[in-house]
Design a protein around this ligand. Structure first.
Ligand code: NAD
Ligand code: MG
Length: 350
């Protein structure tokens, strides 16, 4: 890619005008990972926030304990100028049906992921702004960074600009939740959705879990011990990824032995070969042509038969049992994990 093919703008706090949110009420629908972080950060930034949750939602007490007001999604949307859709993606079309009539001309429908807009599961009227501010991290970090005076990088996209102010308002929102402190990268709903799905399927969640399991199985099938296979294929993964995350792939090569570097450079390409590249292209195609989206929507309508079965099979994989046993040997690691788990449970409790 050449220099002038980069069209991406990055915005910072100085680009955002917080007065865009003066006299504006934001309804945050959902109080999970993203919802709690957006609601609390907006509130602490001086924005009028109301949280929308079902009458029987167990998150209601958490909202009240945090000092925010909670009403039903319909009432929240009725009062709001900006409706931030932060319930799970599979639930959003259902919640949208309930609140659709509360969106007046000039209101904003705000997302943190583009799936439902891009794949037409939600089709807002032409007179509302449709924007996205998507923090590139889980909600508990969006909240923690904000409290520490730091930012969380995010994405900004405008799908529909009915008022002419959609982008300005989105920028102000990104500043209020702390993203503009770190930088907000401009993108489109299409690009965010398709790259997000491809990344989580081919490289991150899907790709990495399969790579680990197949590596583990290869060693165990060849007669090596399960413990050694676990350490080599799963435990060390984090150390390697941390090096890349901190300073790039080159820093990882610099840190490992020359033997590891030579072996990795020659054999890596042999494992992730042209067939894998072709497989990735196919995965991307199914994301682009909507085949994956249709499959997932249908799967949800049918109460998730495939999901349920695969979810169980993954839990039953031998590497999970081996890992649980080995991780228990590391008391220090357990302590760290339980802290993160507490945090996760706190924000995900419904
Ligand atoms: P979540 O699962 O953590 O929380 C969703 C919340 O919605 C629940 O806690 C509950 O308060 C509410 N809810 C659940 N079921 C509901 C129902 N049937 N009706 C009404 N409310 C219900 O969700 P999340 O991970 O915060 O995702 C919200 C949005 O943020 C999604 O669009 C997601 O793609 C996006 N996003 C998530 C992350 C992340 O790391 N979690 C990062 C960036 C963007
Ligand atoms: Mg994602």
């Amino acid at each position: 890619m050449t220099e002038d093919e980069f069209t991406t703008e990055i915005y910072y706090e100085s680009d955002a005008d917080e007065s865009q949110l003066d006299d504006v009420t934001v309804a945050v629908l959902g109080y999970g990972s993203q919802g709690h972080a957006h609601a609390l950060n907006l509130h602490d930034s001086g924005v009028d926030v109301v949280v929308g949750l079902r009458e029987d939602s167990s998150s209601r007490s958490a909202v009240e304990a945090d000092g925010l007001e909670v009403v039903t999604p319909v009432e929240a949307a009725a009062r709001a100028d900006i409706v931030s859709m932060l319930v799970p993606d599979t639930v959003q079309p259902h919640v949208y049906e309930q609140i659709e009539d509360e969106l007046e001309a000039g209101d904003t429908l705000q997302f943190a992921h583009g799936f439902n807009i891009h794949y037409n599961q939600i089709q807002p009227d032409e007179d509302v702004d449709v924007t996205m501010i998507a923090p590139k991290s889980p909600g508990h970090l969006v909240r923690r960074n904000y409290e520490n005076g730091e930012g969380t990088p995010g994405l900004l996209a405008v799908y529909q600009d009915a008022t002419g102010d959609a982008k300005e308002r989105a920028l102000a929102y990104s500043k209020a939740i702390g993203c503009a402190r770190a930088g907000v990268v401009e993108t489109t709903f299409r690009e965010e959705t398709e790259t997000d799905l491809f990344g989580e399927q081919a490289v991150l969640c899907g790709g990495i879990a399969e790579l680990i399991k197949v590596g583990y199985e290869t060693l165990v099938d060849a007669g090596y011990s399960k413990e050694m296979a676990y350490f080599e294929c799963l435990n060390e993964m984090k150390l390697i990824v941390d090096l890349m995350y901190e300073d790039g792939i080159g820093a990882m090569w610099d840190s490992v032995s020359d033997t590891a570097e030579y072996g990795g450079l020659t054999r890596g390409e042999a494992v992730i070969d042209d067939q894998v590249r072709a497989n990735m292209e196919e995965v991307l195609e199914e994301v682009q042509n909507g085949e994956f989206a249709t499959e997932w929507v249908t799967e949800n309508q049918a109460n998730r038969p495939v999901y349920t079965q695969l979810n169980q099979a993954e839990k039953d994989h031998e590497i999970e049992e081996v890992g649980e046993r080995l991780r228990a040997l590391f008391a220090w690691q357990e302590e760290q994990e339980s802290e993160t788990e507490d945090e996760r449970e706190k924000v995900q409790a419904d």
